[in-house]
Design a protein around this ligand. Structure first.
Ligand code: HAM
Length: 426
């Protein structure tokens, strides 16, 4: 009798060549955007000390309480297949002395993750994430850069029109405790209408009640006190500034007072990218600030933030609109800048270029112009736009033709039409 064929474990799958081509496409587009935004690749172990996730992601979160693949090795060490990337990146930051590197440290990854979740459409036990983390920058501009970088990835994948950007601030250790008291009081008054899970969570993690998918719980959440009304001045101002940056470049977002994210490490800005059809169910990606995580994992207090997108879900979206995929290697324009004023102006310029359909990359880093030009060369940019302190002050930009090295100075107002004209002539 023929032997029974052994199958993949539940919730895992083979990526056959057709699907793999889409995964490769997502990886290439993602890499080209994050690399030119100044992020460098990191690979961390597939399994880690279980305590990393218990401390990092947090007891009381679904991931730690229900979804970890935890096992003992032959030396009786408790190990866990990583359920997400952020805790591992922060561990690597601390373990490898990255506190002494130039800050912020900007890292990206493209890796499989493991969660013992109930498999269904868009939900696997082994799934892939593309993610990037920026450690050591507390500015609201950093939040805006991370959010726009995430947004641009989906835009470049052709998914912009199917998306909705959800954003919220969940405050900090100063203002959140007061809010949690208010929230707990509200839910205690309505405890009889809560689902059994939420009744339990009320004692351990009341914030999570806001994003319960149960019908009655959702109705209660709509009427619940909103954290944006309880933010301390510093968190309020930070959130306002992030939104102003997003407004300035025309990113459409929805402030969602019920967006709290499922991992415990977040502070201040949180955001998710949804596809309009499925909403909160099967988010395409999520991220935010986690200003306490470095400290929680044993380092000095260091602000940080990041984002991770689900590759499997993103591929499924692309497959619905594209039959086959290809990536163009050469970029048209790279934006390099130096100085805080130029950095802010270039944030806007890059977005104006994208909105005008110019293929643009650029790192809004504090690194030297020569480092940024090296990145421009690496990605084969045809032109680099350079703005130093003098240009920022004068309202001008240098256009450098990368092949010949020739440079000219144009006004900031005319640079987009100039560059479009040049690209047309090429
Ligand atoms: P997360 O929201 O848990 O965040 O996961 C990010 C994305 O991974 C989700 O939006 C979803 O697309 C995908 N994903 C999660 N679970 C599954 C699953 N079972 N099957 C398929 N796809 C899944 C994080 O992991 C944070 N580390 C994100 C972050 C980075 N925050 C700051 N930096």
């Amino acid at each position: 009798m023929a032997k029974k064929i052994i199958q993949t474990p539940r919730g895992t799958r083979d990526l056959l060549p057709d699907t793999q081509a889409y995964f490769d496409y997502v990886e290439k587009v993602f890499e080209s955007i994050v690399r030119s935004a100044g992020f460098a690749k990191i690979t961390t172990p597939v399994f880690e000390d279980t305590n990393l996730f218990i401390r990092g992601v947090g007891e009381g979160s679904d991931i730690v309480d229900k979804e970890m693949y935890t096992f003992k090795d032959k030396s009786d060490n408790s190990l866990t297949l990583r359920p997400e990337g952020t805790a591992s990146i922060v561990r690597a930051y601390l373990e490898n002395g990255m506190q002494s590197w130039a800050q912020p440290v900007k890292l990206y990854y493209f890796e499989p993750m493991y969660r013992y979740d109930r498999p269904q459409a868009g939900r696997y036990r082994e799934f892939w994430q593309f993610g990037f983390e920026m450690i050591g920058d507390k500015s609201a501009l950093a939040d805006a850069v991370v959010i726009t970088t995430a947004y641009r990835i989906y835009d470049s994948l052709g998914l912009k029109d199917t998306l909705s950007m959800q954003i919220n601030s969940i405050g900090c250790s100063e203002c959140r405790p007061m809010y949690l008291k208010e929230l707990t009081r509200y839910y205690k008054e309505n405890e009889k209408d809560l689902c059994p899970d939420c009744k339990k969570r009320l004692a351990t993690n009341p914030l999570r009640l806001l994003d319960c998918k149960g019908k009655k719980c959702q109705l209660l959440a709509e009427e619940a006190p909103k954290i944006v009304n309880s933010l301390c001045t510093a968190c309020h101002d930070h959130f306002k500034e992030v939104l102003e940056y997003l407004d300035e470049i025309g990113i459409i977002y929805e402030i969602n007072p019920r967006l709290v994210r499922g991992l415990d490490y977040y502070t201040r800005t949180v955001f998710e990218i949804w596809n309009q059809k499925d909403g909160a169910q099967n988010a395409l990606g999520g991220g935010g600030r986690y200003d306490k995580l470095v400290e929680i994992l044993g380092g000095q207090s260091t602000p940080a933030l990041g984002f991770a997108g689900g590759v499997d879900r993103t591929v499924e979206q692309i497959q619905q609109i594209k039959d086959g995929v290809e990536v163009t290697e050469q970029r048209d324009v790279f934006v390099a800048q130096i100085g805080d004023e130029a950095r802010k102006k270039c944030f806007r310029l890059m977005n104006d270029l994208w909105n005008s359909g110019v293929d643009t990359e650029g790192c809004l880093d504090k690194g030297s112009i020569s480092n940024q030009l090296a990145v421009a060369n690496k990605i084969g940019a045809k032109y680099t736009l350079i703005m130093g302190q003098k240009e920022a002050y004068d309202g001008t930009v240098i256009i450098k033709e990368m092949n010949s090295g020739t440079q000219e100075v144009v006004t900031l107002e005319s640079v987009i039409s100039e560059i479009k004209h040049k690209l047309k002539q090429k």
